[in-house]
Design a protein around this ligand. Structure first.
Ligand code: AMP
Ligand code: MG
Length: 566
């Protein structure tokens, strides 16, 4: 338990005309104090509170009083209407200041959503030297908050089966068995016993035992006898080495003519343990076979290791569940039969984004098409947040009057828009928001919403550039997002004057072993065909004219490398 001295100091400032005249009308302070008490992990001392009228000077005066003392308050939360159209956080000197909505309910929910992150944020605000903040260290604070520098958080125990590939281990895995579990022969041949003299003699020996690669007891091998043995079969107890069949000659068969009776061994250069795989020589029981943070790849090596030692269960980072929806009154299911009515557009984004996310082995829920009515969008997002951790929407983020996403996320869902415009082509209106909600057990959690542009090529580019790295981060997968490569342009490629551009291209390896890129043609953001045959996005700088054939440029690899026909 934290001692009083080591606790973080928080203060609550309520900004309200009414409550400043009559403090008994304030409901925020008790509600917020309770949140600190209930969910604060015994880390907070909240002994300063104040209520001021909605007046910048009064607010400043109180805040300065709290931040500018020798032992400053670590955190100030303020609640008020006029101040904060949108939740913001800032730092004054060593104090983190967080603004919350004015209503007790809104203030409570917002604080609940971020409280666990605040000790860590306060440390950063205070600078690492701040004494009282050091108890348990950053690591403990991060652990309490459920965050770590890696970003991946939730951990899950799962059975080792074929669904495991694509996951990242959240704990080291130790071998519970050795491989091989018994002394096994590496070749087909004859197991021999080297006499006490240390020298095996050439000559003809009786075959007293036959050991096949199959379970069961094997008799002990006596000196002067040999055992026929197949690759992978257990050595009989007492055997020291195996002579390859190539170094032997069959001398006689048993009376029924079915088995070997006598074998001549042609070599005497036999060392102990020759052609023998010792117990644990591939993997030793107790040894760490896979480390925390390692991925179980589709190449198969990691799964193979787990299978070889009989691991039945492992801890992995829980992968986020992804939901995908399309917005727009004009959007119809892609496979609706019959000709289009004027204005109708087939839903290209939802099936494409679902396929893209699934191909990266994430669980994806199809959330359908949502109309451009405010209530409908809000309800769909609320439903989506119950089922999904990350929601991808497309459309509705341009500047049109029906472009409802941003106002719905901010005003109706109480979310925070982290960015809503990006200097890139395509994808300028890409929007990223988080929304604090409660999970099914009532714990505060944060859901992410990526609102991608409606134009299909833009939506797919932005999936790869923004959504994929975020999904990787949550699942503990490294590196985040698409791999970066350097390619040689196989033709001139035009630059955009106004913005950096992610140009769809096909990258191939040629006989010289280098990577060459050619454009997929017209790059208009509505043209999903620009992704046809594309396996890379060229990171084209903003500029006049073209980058010339033969110049090098960075690219992000989306698919398999192509190969020119030889
Ligand atoms: P918006 O941002 O909603 O104005 O959409 C921009 C453009 O993308 C419009 O031409 C839309 O019709 C089109 N669009 C939006 N969503 C989709 C979709 N799911 N599939 C195909 N086109 C779409
Ligand atoms: Mg639209």
């Amino acid at each position: 338990m934290a001692t009083a001295d080591s606790k973080l100091k928080a203060a609550i400032l309520v900004v309200s005309e009414t409550a400043s005249e009559d403090p008994s009308t304030d409901k925020c302070i008790p509600v917020l104090k309770k949140v600190f008490g209930d969910l604060g992990n015994d880390q907070w001392d909240v002994n300063e509170t104040d209520i001021v009228p909605d007046n910048a000077l009064a607010i400043q005066k109180t805040i300065k009083g709290w931040t500018d003392r020798p032992e400053p308050i670590n955190l100030i939360v303020t609640s008020g209407v006029a101040l904060m159209a949108r939740p913001v956080a800032g730092v004054r000197r060593k104090t983190l200041i967080l603004t919350l909505p004015g209503s007790p309910k809104g203030a409570k929910e917002n604080l609940e959503a971020v409280l666990k992150l605040l000790p860590h944020a306060c440390i950063q605000a205070a600078g690492a030297e701040s004494r009282p903040l050091h108890v348990g260290g950053v690591e403990k604070l991060e652990k309490d908050a459920g965050v770590s520098s890696g970003g991946a958080t939730a951990v899950q125990k799962v059975p080792v089966d074929m669904r495991l590939s694509g996951s990242v281990l959240a704990e080291d895995v130790k071998a519970t068995e050795s491989v091989p579990a018994f002394r096994a022969s590496i070749v087909d041949g004859y197991a021999v016993k080297i006499p006490a003299t240390g020298k095996f003699e050439k000559g003809t020996y009786p075959v007293s035992i036959i050991s096949h690669a199959q379970p069961g007891e094997v008799k002990e091998l006596k000196e002067g006898e040999i055992a026929r043995i197949t690759t992978g079969a257990p050595l009989p107890p007492g055997a020291d080495a195996v002579v390859m069949v190539e170094d032997t000659v069959l001398k006689s068969l048993t009376d029924d003519g079915k088995e070997e009776k006598e074998i001549e061994i042609l070599t005497d250069e036999i060392k102990p343990n020759e052609n023998v795989r010792e117990v644990g020589s591939d993997v030793k029981e107790g040894e760490i076979i896979l480390k925390k943070g390692e991925g179980v790849t589709v190449v198969g090596g990691e799964f193979g290791l787990l299978a070889s030692v009989g691991t039945t269960e492992v801890s992995i980072y829980k992968k986020p569940v992804v939901g995908v929806l399309s917005t727009g009154d004009e959007i119809i299911p892609h496979n609706r039969e019959g000709p289009l009515r004027l204005g109708e557009v087939r839903d290209t984004n939802r099936p494409t984004l679902i396929t893209a996310a699934r191909s990266h082995r994430f669980e994806v829920i199809d959330l359908g098409i949502v109309s451009d009515k405010p209530g409908t969008l809000e309800q769909s997002l609320r439903d989506a947040m119950r089922k999904c951790d990350v929601i991808i929407t497309s459309g509705g983020v341009s500047m049109g009057e029906l472009d409802l996403l941003k106002p719905t996320i901010e005003r109706s869902l109480g979310g925070t828009i982290h960015f809503g415009r990006v200097n890139m082509k395509p994808g300028k209106p890409t929007t990223f928001a988080t929304v604090p909600v409660k999970d099914n057990e009532g714990n505060p959690v944060t859901k992410s919403i990526f609102s991608l542009p409606g134009n299909p090529a833009s939506a797919v580019v932005c999936f790869h550039l923004f959504v994929l790295p975020a999904l990787h981060q949550q699942a503990g997968i490294k590196p985040l997002g698409l791999p970066r490569i350097r390619v040689i342009l196989d033709e001139d490629v035009r630059m955009d004057k106004g913005r950096p551009e992610y140009h769809r291209a096909l990258v191939v390896t040629k006989e010289d072993g280098l990577l060459y890129a050619s454009s997929t043609g017209g790059q208009r953001s509505s043209r999903i065909g620009s992704f046809r045959g594309a396996n890379a996005l060229l990171c084209m700088p903003q500029g006049e004219g073209s980058l010339k054939k033969g110049e090098k440029v960075e690219a992000l690899l989306m698919g398999k490398l192509g190969e020119v026909e030889r």
